[in-house]
Design a protein around this ligand. Sequence first.
Ligand code: RIB
Length: 308
Amino acid sequence: MVSTTPKNIFCTGSIIMDISVRCPQFPSVGETMYTSFPYELAPGGKGGNQAVAAARLGGNVKILGRLSTDDYGKELEKNLLDSNVDIQYLTKDEKEKSGVAFVWVNESGENQIICSPAVNTKCSFDDYAKVLHNISPGDIVIITLELPGILLEQIIKLVKEKEGFLILDPSGGDYSRLSPDLMSYIDLVKPNEVEAEILTGIKITDISSQENALEILEKYGVSYPLISLGENGVIYKNNGKIIHLAGQRVNALDTTAAGDTFIGAFAAKLSHGFSIDESVQYGNIAASICVQRRGAQSSIPSAKEVDY
Ligand code: RIB
């Protein structure tokens, strides 16, 4: 069933300027490596990427958090606006600097990232609560572990009290804050293989370890546990049924923001009343387009490209 009035999507993760450089392979500890490629400066941050993906793919998206008024902040703001993200609830901060992420991308398209989130760490409960207090049942809220300290728990509980649909991207922070009790509030969690091991204690090596990890996440109380498997697609559980959706066969140039694109695309589709299975399929296609291009928000496809 497809709804005519889409649910709202609220994104809460970081908004960051990415400084990316291509390298033949990752440097070893103590090694200085040279590359013939120039560095690139482009909008990123998990919250910014998820918001841009959801908005470009037809979602009604509002981003919450803090944005510096410095030069990077202005550029980040322009890019959000150009992508149709509603920024009216962002708190502007004149004192703190924008966050930056240093991204290395190797020849296989894999990345290593060091993030200095700066202004993003200054968010207060109020920055989010003033908006989240007024959400409607079924509105979608996307969170990451970038939410500082106790804010993570406060926001999770507030969203569930308001009957929002909570998507957790368990990356970007301290996993010890994710107790099994807190996990029971989550509707959909999307760890990658490394994060799935941290959350469940199970090393993801084959189908049976994937299924065991999904079962543990389900036992915590997550309604739809989903593990992203990179080029091998995703595996998830929906109403007791395990579904493996194979990855699209593409030539990956840069995997930065692929997970964010998956989440944003999933949320956009779900917000229009499509099923979990349809929304996962949509996310999978969107992410496969994202990895064929370089950069974070610069690589996120439009609805025209994903709907083809
Ligand atoms: O998820 C990808 C993002 O993580 C990058 O854009 C970078 O900003 C880091 O936060």
